[in-house]
Design a protein around this ligand. Structure first.
Ligand SMILES: NC(=O)c1ccc[n+]([C@@H]2O[C@H](COP(=O)([O-])OP(=O)(O)OC[C@H]3O[C@@H](n4cnc5c(N)ncnc54)[C@H](OP(=O)(O)O)[C@@H]3O)[C@@H](O)[C@H]2O)c1
Length: 449
Protein backbone atom coordinates (compact mmCIF):
# COMPACT_ATOMS: atom_id res chain seq x y z
CA UNK A 1 0.00 0.00 0.00
CA UNK A 2 1.22 3.53 -0.71
CA UNK A 3 0.28 6.89 0.77
CA UNK A 4 0.38 9.84 -1.60
CA UNK A 5 1.90 13.06 -0.30
CA UNK A 6 1.72 16.64 -1.55
CA UNK A 7 4.65 18.89 -0.65
CA UNK A 8 4.18 22.66 -0.46
CA UNK A 9 7.55 24.37 -1.03
CA UNK A 10 10.90 22.93 -2.07
CA UNK A 11 13.47 25.27 -0.56
CA UNK A 12 15.97 24.49 2.22
CA UNK A 13 13.59 22.28 4.23
CA UNK A 14 11.41 20.96 1.36
CA UNK A 15 14.44 19.67 -0.58
CA UNK A 16 15.67 17.88 2.57
CA UNK A 17 12.22 16.32 3.00
CA UNK A 18 12.23 14.96 -0.58
CA UNK A 19 15.71 13.51 -0.09
CA UNK A 20 15.08 11.96 3.32
CA UNK A 21 11.62 10.56 2.47
CA UNK A 22 13.15 8.83 -0.55
CA UNK A 23 16.13 7.57 1.48
CA UNK A 24 13.90 6.10 4.21
CA UNK A 25 10.93 4.94 2.10
CA UNK A 26 11.89 1.27 2.53
CA UNK A 27 12.22 1.55 6.31
CA UNK A 28 8.95 3.49 6.56
CA UNK A 29 7.22 0.76 4.53
CA UNK A 30 8.71 -1.91 6.83
CA UNK A 31 7.62 0.00 9.95
CA UNK A 32 4.19 1.11 8.90
CA UNK A 33 3.22 -1.19 6.04
CA UNK A 34 2.72 1.85 3.83
CA UNK A 35 5.17 3.45 1.40
CA UNK A 36 5.26 7.26 1.21
CA UNK A 37 5.21 8.68 -2.31
CA UNK A 38 5.57 12.40 -2.93
CA UNK A 39 3.43 13.10 -6.00
CA UNK A 40 3.26 16.90 -6.36
CA UNK A 41 5.58 19.67 -5.18
CA UNK A 42 4.23 23.22 -5.19
CA UNK A 43 6.79 26.00 -5.85
CA UNK A 44 6.72 29.56 -7.19
CA UNK A 45 9.25 29.07 -9.95
CA UNK A 46 9.47 25.71 -11.74
CA UNK A 47 12.72 26.65 -13.48
CA UNK A 48 14.69 27.31 -10.30
CA UNK A 49 17.38 24.71 -9.53
CA UNK A 50 16.42 22.53 -6.55
CA UNK A 51 18.78 21.17 -3.93
CA UNK A 52 17.64 17.66 -4.81
CA UNK A 53 17.25 15.62 -8.00
CA UNK A 54 13.55 15.07 -8.63
CA UNK A 55 12.54 11.60 -9.81
CA UNK A 56 8.81 10.78 -9.95
CA UNK A 57 7.77 13.99 -8.13
CA UNK A 58 6.00 16.60 -10.28
CA UNK A 59 6.73 20.30 -9.79
CA UNK A 60 3.76 22.61 -10.10
CA UNK A 61 2.92 26.25 -9.49
CA UNK A 62 -0.83 25.50 -9.16
CA UNK A 63 -1.90 24.96 -5.51
CA UNK A 64 -5.03 23.09 -6.64
CA UNK A 65 -2.85 20.29 -8.14
CA UNK A 66 -1.89 19.40 -4.56
CA UNK A 67 -4.89 20.54 -2.52
CA UNK A 68 -7.68 19.24 -4.80
CA UNK A 69 -6.09 15.88 -5.66
CA UNK A 70 -8.19 13.27 -3.79
CA UNK A 71 -5.27 10.84 -3.96
CA UNK A 72 -3.16 13.13 -1.70
CA UNK A 73 -3.72 12.01 1.92
CA UNK A 74 -0.94 14.03 3.58
CA UNK A 75 0.19 17.60 2.86
CA UNK A 76 3.63 18.73 4.07
CA UNK A 77 3.95 22.52 4.28
CA UNK A 78 7.47 24.01 3.98
CA UNK A 79 6.59 27.37 2.43
CA UNK A 80 6.88 29.40 5.64
CA UNK A 81 5.28 32.70 6.70
CA UNK A 82 1.57 33.29 7.21
CA UNK A 83 0.00 33.60 3.76
CA UNK A 84 -0.53 31.68 1.57
CA UNK A 85 0.62 28.87 3.94
CA UNK A 86 -2.36 29.42 6.28
CA UNK A 87 -4.95 29.27 3.48
CA UNK A 88 -3.32 26.17 1.95
CA UNK A 89 -3.20 24.32 5.31
CA UNK A 90 -6.83 25.16 6.16
CA UNK A 91 -7.92 24.04 2.68
CA UNK A 92 -6.00 20.76 3.04
CA UNK A 93 -7.51 20.08 6.48
CA UNK A 94 -11.05 20.87 5.32
CA UNK A 95 -10.52 18.32 2.54
CA UNK A 96 -9.67 15.76 5.27
CA UNK A 97 -5.94 15.65 4.48
CA UNK A 98 -3.44 15.35 7.35
CA UNK A 99 -0.86 18.12 7.62
CA UNK A 100 2.79 18.22 8.66
CA UNK A 101 4.32 21.69 8.91
CA UNK A 102 7.64 23.29 9.90
CA UNK A 103 5.99 26.71 10.23
CA UNK A 104 6.42 28.24 13.73
CA UNK A 105 4.99 31.62 12.70
CA UNK A 106 1.75 30.01 11.63
CA UNK A 107 1.41 27.68 14.63
CA UNK A 108 2.25 30.49 17.08
CA UNK A 109 -0.13 33.02 15.54
CA UNK A 110 -2.92 30.88 14.06
CA UNK A 111 -2.56 27.62 16.00
CA UNK A 112 -6.09 27.78 17.45
CA UNK A 113 -7.71 28.22 14.04
CA UNK A 114 -5.65 25.39 12.58
CA UNK A 115 -6.24 22.92 15.44
CA UNK A 116 -9.95 23.68 15.46
CA UNK A 117 -10.14 23.14 11.68
CA UNK A 118 -8.26 19.86 12.10
CA UNK A 119 -10.62 18.67 14.81
CA UNK A 120 -13.68 19.61 12.76
CA UNK A 121 -12.33 17.63 9.78
CA UNK A 122 -10.98 14.76 11.93
CA UNK A 123 -7.54 15.34 10.42
CA UNK A 124 -4.17 15.58 12.17
CA UNK A 125 -1.58 18.39 12.35
CA UNK A 126 2.05 17.73 13.30
CA UNK A 127 4.67 20.45 13.77
CA UNK A 128 7.79 18.99 15.46
CA UNK A 129 10.10 20.95 13.10
CA UNK A 130 8.55 24.30 14.07
CA UNK A 131 10.75 24.56 17.19
CA UNK A 132 14.34 23.43 17.60
CA UNK A 133 14.93 21.95 14.11
CA UNK A 134 16.17 18.39 14.58
CA UNK A 135 15.74 18.36 18.38
CA UNK A 136 12.69 16.39 19.52
CA UNK A 137 10.86 18.87 21.75
CA UNK A 138 7.16 18.88 20.86
CA UNK A 139 6.70 15.10 21.04
CA UNK A 140 8.54 14.66 24.39
CA UNK A 141 6.57 17.54 25.93
CA UNK A 142 3.26 16.24 24.53
CA UNK A 143 3.98 12.59 25.16
CA UNK A 144 6.74 11.22 27.38
CA UNK A 145 6.56 14.11 29.88
CA UNK A 146 2.77 14.54 30.17
CA UNK A 147 2.76 12.83 33.57
CA UNK A 148 4.81 15.78 34.90
CA UNK A 149 3.86 19.22 36.11
CA UNK A 150 6.41 21.18 34.10
CA UNK A 151 7.49 24.24 36.09
CA UNK A 152 10.36 25.61 34.03
CA UNK A 153 11.40 25.89 30.40
CA UNK A 154 14.60 27.70 29.59
CA UNK A 155 16.45 27.62 26.35
CA UNK A 156 18.35 28.96 23.41
CA UNK A 157 15.88 28.55 20.56
CA UNK A 158 17.06 31.03 17.94
CA UNK A 159 20.16 30.04 15.99
CA UNK A 160 20.79 33.43 14.34
CA UNK A 161 21.08 35.40 17.59
CA UNK A 162 23.10 32.59 19.16
CA UNK A 163 25.49 32.71 16.19
CA UNK A 164 25.81 36.53 16.49
CA UNK A 165 26.39 36.45 20.27
CA UNK A 166 28.87 33.54 19.94
CA UNK A 167 30.84 35.47 17.29
CA UNK A 168 30.80 38.67 19.38
CA UNK A 169 32.22 36.63 22.29
CA UNK A 170 34.88 34.91 20.14
CA UNK A 171 36.07 37.99 18.23
CA UNK A 172 35.25 40.96 20.46
CA UNK A 173 33.54 42.64 17.47
CA UNK A 174 30.41 44.81 17.82
CA UNK A 175 26.83 43.79 17.04
CA UNK A 176 26.54 45.64 13.68
CA UNK A 177 29.78 44.20 12.31
CA UNK A 178 28.90 40.61 13.28
CA UNK A 179 25.33 40.98 11.95
CA UNK A 180 26.70 42.17 8.58
CA UNK A 181 29.03 39.16 8.41
CA UNK A 182 26.22 36.79 9.41
CA UNK A 183 24.07 38.21 6.58
CA UNK A 184 26.91 37.76 4.06
CA UNK A 185 27.35 34.13 5.17
CA UNK A 186 23.60 33.45 5.00
CA UNK A 187 23.23 32.90 8.77
CA UNK A 188 20.99 35.96 9.10
CA UNK A 189 18.15 37.18 6.84
CA UNK A 190 18.53 40.44 4.90
CA UNK A 191 15.73 41.70 7.20
CA UNK A 192 16.99 40.35 10.54
CA UNK A 193 14.21 41.95 12.65
CA UNK A 194 12.38 38.76 13.55
CA UNK A 195 15.55 37.12 14.86
CA UNK A 196 17.51 39.95 16.48
CA UNK A 197 14.47 41.56 18.12
CA UNK A 198 13.59 38.25 19.77
CA UNK A 199 10.28 37.70 17.92
CA UNK A 200 11.24 34.33 16.43
CA UNK A 201 12.24 33.04 19.87
CA UNK A 202 9.01 34.48 21.34
CA UNK A 203 6.88 32.64 18.75
CA UNK A 204 8.68 29.39 19.55
CA UNK A 205 8.27 30.00 23.29
CA UNK A 206 4.53 30.54 22.70
CA UNK A 207 4.34 27.06 21.14
CA UNK A 208 6.50 25.32 23.77
CA UNK A 209 4.79 27.01 26.72
CA UNK A 210 1.29 26.18 25.42
CA UNK A 211 2.22 22.50 25.29
CA UNK A 212 4.36 22.30 28.44
CA UNK A 213 1.93 24.26 30.64
CA UNK A 214 -1.27 22.78 29.09
CA UNK A 215 -2.77 26.12 28.15
CA UNK A 216 -3.07 28.56 25.27
CA UNK A 217 -0.35 31.19 25.33
CA UNK A 218 -0.70 34.27 23.12
CA UNK A 219 2.35 35.89 21.56
CA UNK A 220 1.53 39.24 23.19
CA UNK A 221 1.83 37.59 26.61
CA UNK A 222 5.56 37.05 26.12
CA UNK A 223 7.84 39.89 27.26
CA UNK A 224 10.41 40.29 24.50
CA UNK A 225 13.83 41.96 24.50
CA UNK A 226 16.13 41.39 21.53
CA UNK A 227 19.91 41.61 21.29
CA UNK A 228 20.39 44.96 19.50
CA UNK A 229 21.32 46.64 22.80
CA UNK A 230 24.22 44.23 23.43
CA UNK A 231 27.57 45.95 22.79
CA UNK A 232 31.13 44.65 22.61
CA UNK A 233 31.59 46.28 26.06
CA UNK A 234 28.74 44.17 27.55
CA UNK A 235 30.30 41.01 26.10
CA UNK A 236 33.74 41.96 27.52
CA UNK A 237 32.32 42.82 30.98
CA UNK A 238 30.33 39.57 30.97
CA UNK A 239 33.58 37.72 30.27
CA UNK A 240 35.26 39.53 33.18
CA UNK A 241 32.39 38.34 35.37
CA UNK A 242 32.88 34.72 34.23
CA UNK A 243 29.79 34.77 31.98
CA UNK A 244 28.68 34.76 28.34
CA UNK A 245 25.62 36.57 27.01
CA UNK A 246 22.85 34.36 25.55
CA UNK A 247 19.35 35.13 24.33
CA UNK A 248 17.24 32.97 26.64
CA UNK A 249 13.59 32.10 26.23
CA UNK A 250 12.14 31.46 29.66
CA UNK A 251 8.75 30.09 30.75
CA UNK A 252 7.81 29.44 34.38
CA UNK A 253 4.67 28.33 36.13
CA UNK A 254 4.33 29.43 39.76
CA UNK A 255 1.09 29.01 41.72
CA UNK A 256 -0.94 28.46 38.56
CA UNK A 257 0.31 31.63 36.81
CA UNK A 258 2.87 31.89 34.01
CA UNK A 259 5.83 34.18 33.43
CA UNK A 260 7.09 34.24 29.85
CA UNK A 261 10.12 36.12 28.65
CA UNK A 262 12.74 36.29 25.90
CA UNK A 263 15.74 38.24 27.06
CA UNK A 264 19.53 38.51 26.67
CA UNK A 265 21.01 37.14 29.88
CA UNK A 266 24.45 36.74 31.44
CA UNK A 267 25.00 32.99 31.75
CA UNK A 268 27.87 31.70 33.95
CA UNK A 269 30.43 29.81 31.84
CA UNK A 270 29.93 26.67 33.95
CA UNK A 271 26.17 26.63 33.14
CA UNK A 272 25.17 23.96 30.56
CA UNK A 273 23.54 26.62 28.33
CA UNK A 274 26.79 28.66 28.14
CA UNK A 275 28.48 26.13 25.87
CA UNK A 276 25.60 26.04 23.35
CA UNK A 277 27.14 28.05 20.54
CA UNK A 278 26.60 29.03 16.91
CA UNK A 279 23.51 27.53 15.25
CA UNK A 280 22.88 24.97 17.99
CA UNK A 281 19.74 25.11 20.14
CA UNK A 282 19.11 23.76 23.63
CA UNK A 283 16.13 23.54 25.93
CA UNK A 284 16.23 22.93 29.65
CA UNK A 285 13.00 21.47 31.10
CA UNK A 286 12.13 20.90 34.76
CA UNK A 287 9.31 18.49 35.62
CA UNK A 288 8.13 17.51 39.09
CA UNK A 289 8.62 13.80 38.39
CA UNK A 290 11.36 13.73 35.75
CA UNK A 291 13.54 16.38 37.40
CA UNK A 292 15.87 18.35 35.14
CA UNK A 293 16.27 17.50 31.45
CA UNK A 294 18.25 19.16 28.73
CA UNK A 295 17.64 18.77 24.98
CA UNK A 296 20.41 19.85 22.63
CA UNK A 297 21.10 19.70 18.90
CA UNK A 298 20.97 21.39 15.53
CA UNK A 299 18.22 23.97 15.47
CA UNK A 300 18.07 24.48 11.71
CA UNK A 301 19.37 23.35 8.33
CA UNK A 302 18.01 21.26 5.51
CA UNK A 303 18.51 17.70 6.79
CA UNK A 304 18.20 18.42 10.54
CA UNK A 305 14.81 20.05 9.94
CA UNK A 306 13.79 17.35 7.45
CA UNK A 307 14.60 14.80 10.17
CA UNK A 308 11.80 16.28 12.32
CA UNK A 309 9.36 16.65 9.39
CA UNK A 310 9.85 13.06 8.21
CA UNK A 311 9.54 11.85 11.83
CA UNK A 312 6.09 13.49 11.88
CA UNK A 313 5.27 11.97 8.49
CA UNK A 314 6.06 8.50 9.84
CA UNK A 315 3.69 9.08 12.76
CA UNK A 316 0.91 10.12 10.37
CA UNK A 317 1.53 6.98 8.33
CA UNK A 318 1.40 4.80 11.45
CA UNK A 319 -1.93 6.39 12.37
CA UNK A 320 -3.25 5.86 8.85
CA UNK A 321 -2.26 2.22 9.04
CA UNK A 322 -3.92 1.79 12.44
CA UNK A 323 -6.96 3.78 11.34
CA UNK A 324 -6.70 6.27 14.20
CA UNK A 325 -6.83 10.06 14.24
CA UNK A 326 -5.58 12.07 17.20
CA UNK A 327 -7.04 15.55 17.26
CA UNK A 328 -7.44 18.06 20.02
CA UNK A 329 -9.13 21.38 19.35
CA UNK A 330 -7.79 24.44 21.14
CA UNK A 331 -10.93 25.03 23.22
CA UNK A 332 -10.36 22.20 25.63
CA UNK A 333 -7.22 23.80 27.05
CA UNK A 334 -7.79 25.99 30.13
CA UNK A 335 -6.49 29.56 29.90
CA UNK A 336 -3.90 30.26 32.58
CA UNK A 337 -3.06 33.67 33.98
CA UNK A 338 0.13 35.30 32.71
CA UNK A 339 2.00 37.78 34.91
CA UNK A 340 3.60 40.07 32.35
CA UNK A 341 5.71 42.14 34.71
CA UNK A 342 6.59 39.78 37.46
CA UNK A 343 9.44 37.39 37.72
CA UNK A 344 11.19 35.71 40.58
CA UNK A 345 13.94 37.57 42.41
CA UNK A 346 17.24 37.37 40.56
CA UNK A 347 20.62 38.96 40.12
CA UNK A 348 21.08 41.77 37.61
CA UNK A 349 23.93 43.29 35.62
CA UNK A 350 23.69 47.07 35.34
CA UNK A 351 26.08 49.02 33.10
CA UNK A 352 25.94 52.76 33.55
CA UNK A 353 27.89 55.88 32.71
CA UNK A 354 28.59 58.16 35.66
CA UNK A 355 30.37 61.48 36.04
CA UNK A 356 33.96 60.75 37.08
CA UNK A 357 33.91 63.02 40.15
CA UNK A 358 34.60 62.43 43.82
CA UNK A 359 31.57 61.32 45.78
CA UNK A 360 29.56 60.08 42.78
CA UNK A 361 30.06 56.40 43.56
CA UNK A 362 28.98 56.97 47.17
CA UNK A 363 25.74 58.54 45.84
CA UNK A 364 25.16 55.54 43.56
CA UNK A 365 25.74 53.17 46.46
CA UNK A 366 23.28 55.25 48.51
CA UNK A 367 20.57 54.87 45.82
CA UNK A 368 21.06 51.08 45.81
CA UNK A 369 20.93 50.98 49.61
CA UNK A 370 17.68 52.99 49.69
CA UNK A 371 16.09 50.67 47.14
CA UNK A 372 17.10 47.64 49.22
CA UNK A 373 19.47 46.40 46.49
CA UNK A 374 22.82 45.06 47.63
CA UNK A 375 25.77 44.88 45.28
CA UNK A 376 27.59 41.62 44.65
CA UNK A 377 30.39 43.05 42.51
CA UNK A 378 31.42 46.30 40.90
CA UNK A 379 33.68 46.89 37.89
CA UNK A 380 34.92 50.27 36.80
CA UNK A 381 37.22 49.94 33.86
CA UNK A 382 36.72 51.88 30.72
CA UNK A 383 36.47 55.63 30.89
CA UNK A 384 35.15 57.79 28.06
CA UNK A 385 36.02 61.50 28.27
CA UNK A 386 34.86 62.93 31.59
CA UNK A 387 32.74 59.89 32.31
CA UNK A 388 33.37 56.60 34.03
CA UNK A 389 31.72 53.37 33.01
CA UNK A 390 30.56 51.33 35.97
CA UNK A 391 29.21 47.81 35.97
CA UNK A 392 27.33 46.60 39.01
CA UNK A 393 26.08 43.06 39.61
CA UNK A 394 23.38 42.95 42.27
CA UNK A 395 22.51 40.21 44.71
CA UNK A 396 19.05 38.68 44.10
CA UNK A 397 16.48 41.48 43.95
CA UNK A 398 12.78 41.67 43.14
CA UNK A 399 11.65 43.49 39.98
CA UNK A 400 10.21 46.24 42.21
CA UNK A 401 13.52 46.77 44.01
CA UNK A 402 15.37 46.83 40.70
CA UNK A 403 12.92 49.38 39.24
CA UNK A 404 13.32 51.59 42.34
CA UNK A 405 17.13 51.49 42.04
CA UNK A 406 17.02 52.36 38.32
CA UNK A 407 14.63 55.25 38.95
CA UNK A 408 16.89 56.47 41.78
CA UNK A 409 19.91 56.44 39.44
CA UNK A 410 17.98 58.40 36.79
CA UNK A 411 17.05 61.02 39.39
CA UNK A 412 20.62 61.43 40.66
CA UNK A 413 21.88 63.89 38.03
CA UNK A 414 25.38 62.40 38.11
CA UNK A 415 24.47 59.32 36.00
CA UNK A 416 24.07 60.55 32.39
CA UNK A 417 22.99 57.13 31.10
CA UNK A 418 22.00 53.65 32.19
CA UNK A 419 23.40 51.71 29.28
CA UNK A 420 22.13 48.19 29.85
CA UNK A 421 20.31 46.11 32.43
CA UNK A 422 20.44 42.34 31.99
CA UNK A 423 19.47 39.44 34.22
CA UNK A 424 22.22 37.12 35.44
CA UNK A 425 21.38 33.42 35.30
CA UNK A 426 22.01 31.25 38.36
CA UNK A 427 23.98 28.06 37.96
CA UNK A 428 21.30 25.36 37.80
CA UNK A 429 21.31 23.21 40.90
CA UNK A 430 23.41 25.61 42.98
CA UNK A 431 22.22 26.35 46.50
CA UNK A 432 18.82 24.69 46.76
CA UNK A 433 20.12 21.33 45.61
CA UNK A 434 22.91 21.40 48.20
CA UNK A 435 20.40 22.43 50.87
CA UNK A 436 18.06 19.62 49.84
CA UNK A 437 20.92 17.15 50.09
CA UNK A 438 21.84 18.49 53.56
CA UNK A 439 18.19 18.24 54.66
CA UNK A 440 18.12 14.64 53.49
CA UNK A 441 21.36 13.86 55.30
CA UNK A 442 20.05 15.39 58.53
CA UNK A 443 16.71 13.56 58.19
CA UNK A 444 18.33 10.20 57.67
CA UNK A 445 21.28 10.78 60.05
CA UNK A 446 19.92 12.92 62.94
CA UNK A 447 23.13 12.33 64.88
CA UNK A 448 24.87 14.66 62.38
CA UNK A 449 22.62 17.63 63.01
N1 LIG B 1 15.57 26.68 7.03
C1 LIG B 1 15.63 26.09 8.21
O1 LIG B 1 16.70 25.69 8.69
C2 LIG B 1 14.37 25.91 9.01
C3 LIG B 1 14.43 25.32 10.29
C4 LIG B 1 13.26 25.10 11.01
C5 LIG B 1 12.04 25.49 10.46
N2 LIG B 1 12.02 26.10 9.23
C6 LIG B 1 10.72 26.49 8.69
O2 LIG B 1 10.50 25.75 7.49
C7 LIG B 1 9.73 26.52 6.58
C8 LIG B 1 10.47 26.60 5.25
O3 LIG B 1 11.71 27.23 5.42
P1 LIG B 1 12.83 27.18 4.26
O4 LIG B 1 14.07 27.70 4.89
O5 LIG B 1 12.86 25.87 3.60
O6 LIG B 1 12.27 28.28 3.24
P2 LIG B 1 12.77 28.54 1.75
O7 LIG B 1 14.10 27.96 1.52
O8 LIG B 1 12.57 30.01 1.49
O9 LIG B 1 11.72 27.72 0.86
C9 LIG B 1 10.39 28.12 0.70
C10 LIG B 1 9.78 27.33 -0.45
O10 LIG B 1 8.41 27.68 -0.55
C11 LIG B 1 8.11 28.06 -1.89
N3 LIG B 1 7.11 29.14 -1.87
C12 LIG B 1 7.22 30.32 -1.22
N4 LIG B 1 6.11 31.05 -1.42
C13 LIG B 1 5.30 30.31 -2.21
C14 LIG B 1 4.02 30.53 -2.80
N5 LIG B 1 3.36 31.66 -2.62
N6 LIG B 1 3.49 29.55 -3.56
C15 LIG B 1 4.18 28.41 -3.77
N7 LIG B 1 5.40 28.15 -3.25
C16 LIG B 1 5.94 29.09 -2.48
C17 LIG B 1 9.41 28.52 -2.50
O11 LIG B 1 9.32 28.33 -3.90
P3 LIG B 1 10.53 28.75 -4.89
O12 LIG B 1 11.67 27.84 -4.49
O13 LIG B 1 10.04 28.47 -6.25
O14 LIG B 1 10.82 30.18 -4.61
C18 LIG B 1 10.42 27.60 -1.81
O15 LIG B 1 10.53 26.40 -2.53
C19 LIG B 1 9.51 27.88 7.28
O16 LIG B 1 8.28 27.85 7.96
C20 LIG B 1 10.65 27.95 8.28
O17 LIG B 1 10.35 28.76 9.40
C21 LIG B 1 13.14 26.30 8.51
Amino acid sequence: MKVTIGLLGCGTVGAGVVELTRRRAGRIADMTGVRPVIKHILVRDEQKPRGVVLEGERLTTRPEDVLDDPEVRVVIETIGGIEPARTFILRALRAGKHVVTANKDLIALHGEEIFDAAEAAQAEVFFEAAVGGAIPLIRPLKGCLTSNEITDLKGIINGTTNYILSKMTETGAGFDEVLREAQELGYAESDPTSDVDGLDAARKLTILASIAFHTRVRLDEVRVHGIRSITAADVAYANDLGCVIKLLAVGRERDGALQLEVRPTLVPKAHPLASVSDAFNALFVRGDAAGDLMFFGRGAGSMPTASAVVGDLIEVMQHLRMGITETRGSNRLPKKQVHANQGPAGRYYIRLTALDRPGVFAKIAGVFGQAGVSMESVLQKRVKGEDAQIVIVTHAVSQGELAAAIQGLKDLGSVPSIDNVLPVEELEGEGPVLEDVMDDVVRTHPELS
